[in-house]
Design a protein around this ligand. Sequence first.
Ligand code: NAD
Ligand code: IPM
Ligand code: MN
Length: 346
Amino acid sequence: MKTHRIALIPGDGIGRDVTAAAWSVLRKAADTAGFVLEGTEFPWSCAFYRETGAMMPQDGIETLRGFDAILLGAVGWPTQVPDAVSLHGLLLPIRKNFIQYANIRPHRLLPGVQGPLKAEAFDILCIRENTEGEYSGAGGRIHQGTANEVAVETSIFTRTGVERILRFAFEQARARRGKLASVTKSNAQKYSMVFWDEVTHQLAAEYPDIEATSYHIDAMAARMVMTPESLDVVVASNLFGDILTDLGAAIQGGLGFAASANINPDKSAPSMFEPVHGSAPDIAHLGIANPIATIWSGAMMLDHLGETDAATAIMAALERTTASGIGTIPGKDRTEAITTAILAAL
Ligand code: NAD
Ligand code: IPM
Ligand code: MN
C-alpha cells in the first residue's frame, strides 16, 4: 500500500487541538481510500524552547527534509517567548529552507457559514510570496535605547523570487477563471514595488489569455470587502499577502475557516500545510477552537501528495457538516463536536 510520511508539528496553544482533529480526519480518509499516512510527531514549540533553549534541534530542518509533507498547527506563545524568537526559530526557517515560495490561501464561504459581508458568491485564491520580501530578516538597530535610535528593516526582492511567484500565480489564474490581481504599493515604495509591477507587466505579455491587473494594497483591502466577487487569483508579497489573508479569513467567516498551503512547487523539499491562524492564546484550553481551517489544509496536503480522491472526500465532508449548521458559528460548537461530525460525514 502507498505510504506517505508526514511530520506533525502541533506547536502551541490551539495548534495542538486543531492538528489532532485534522490528523483523525486525514487518517480516516486514508483508510477509506486505501493508502497509509504515517505520522511522526515533533514537540517543537515554545514549551520546547523553554526546556532546550531552541525552538527545534539544530538538525531540525534536516530531520524534516526526509518527510513527504509537514502538517503544522500554530507557533507562538508571546507571554513566554518573544514572537520574533519563536517564529524565526521554527516556522519561518521551514518556509525559507524548503523553498516553499508559494503560499496558497483560499477564501470562500463554506455552505451554511454566514460571513460578515452581503456578498456570498466570492471565490478568491490568495497567492502569497513566502520566502523573501519584507520577511527577509535583514536589518538592524543602532544606538539602541537612546534618543538617537534607528531601526532598519530591509525588504529584499530578487528577480528569481518575484518572477517565480508571479509565474505561479499566472498559472493558477489559467487553471481557474483567468483573472489575476497583482498587489503592490508602487505609488509609495519606488524600488521593490515598482520592480514587482514591471515583472507583472512583462509576464502578462506571456499570458495574453489572462486578464492581469495591478492594484495598490490599500485599494485591494477595500475591494476585498466591497466587491470580493470581482476577484479570482490575488498575488502579493510576503507581508501584504499576510495581511490580506487575515482579511480573507474574516470575509469567509473567521480565522477558523482559513486554510493555507506552503508549497515548494519544484518538489525539491517537503511542502507544509497549516491554518492561517495562530495559537489563539485567548481561547487555548477552552476546547472551542474551530478545526475546519486545519482540516481544509490537510485536504490541500492530500491533494499535493496526489491523493485527490481523499482530498475531495474531506472537502465534501466539511461542506456537508457546515451545511448542517455544525461549526458555522464561532465559539458555538466545541472542537470535538465539529471533528466528530466531519468524521461521521466522511
Ligand atoms: P491568532 O490567529 O492566534 O488569533 C486571532 C483571533 O482569532 C483570536 O481572537 C483567536 O481566538 C481567533 N482564532 C484564531 N484561530 C481560531 C480558531 N481556529 N477558532 C476560533 N477562533 C480562532 O492571532 P494572534 O492572537 O495575533 O497570535 C497568537 C500567537 O500565534 C502569536 O504568537 C502569533 O505570533 C502566532 N501566530 C502563529 C501563526 C502560525 O504559526 N502560522 C499564525 C498567526 C499567528
Ligand atoms: C501567518 C502568520 C505568520 C506570518 C507569522 C506568525 C510569522 O501570521 O502564517 O500568516 O506572518 O507568515
Ligand atoms: Mn498571518
